[in-house]
Write a new protein. Structure first.
Length: 150
């Protein structure tokens, strides 16, 4: 009996199955925060800015640009909306007044937490299905997919 003919993807070394799983996992991972953000007129860019500013209080605008790998122009509108909405405030740097340091406000912290909670639950539920030691394996796998320092 002859083995089954390999699919075109297998012949080309492309892993469509995992690529599609990434697409679907990302879609579902972002779906809960998307609903919360939409109610405020925000989108995923707002989520990313809020997440990193909340995780690193005092982060400078320059550091945020580097973290997100975006341009000043891309950040300007989103950051202005978050500042005007009372979710983030900026403070001039202590040594260089031109430097802008970013902090989440009480409202910003609450929103960042509300966005992270369903994502954390989704991750915990998935890790529970993977079994013991799964978190470390998944963390190493995701870190190895990322370009640059973790």
């Amino acid at each position: 009996m002859r083995p089954a003919e390999p699919s075109p993807a297998e012949r080309n070394g492309l892993d469509y199955e995992l690529i599609e799983l990434f697409f679907f996992a990302y879609r579902d991972f972002t779906s809960d925060p998307d609903v919360i953000l939409e109610k405020r007129g925000f989108g995923r860019a707002h989520h990313r800015v809020l997440h990193f500013v909340d995780r690193e209080p005092g982060m400078t605008v320059a550091d945020l640009l580097e973290t997100l790998k975006i341009t000043k122009q891309s950040l300007a509108r989103v950051l202005k909306q978050l500042i005007d909405g009372g979710y983030i405030h900026q403070v001039a740097g202590p040594e260089d007044r031109r430097q802008r340091m970013l902090y989440t406000t009480r409202e910003g912290k609450a929103l960042a937490k509300a966005l992270a909670e369903p994502q954390s639950k989704r991750i915990a539920d998935a890790l529970a299905k993977v079994g013991p030691g799964g978190r470390d394996v998944v963390r190493r796998f995701l870190a190895s997919m990322k370009t640059g320092p973790v």
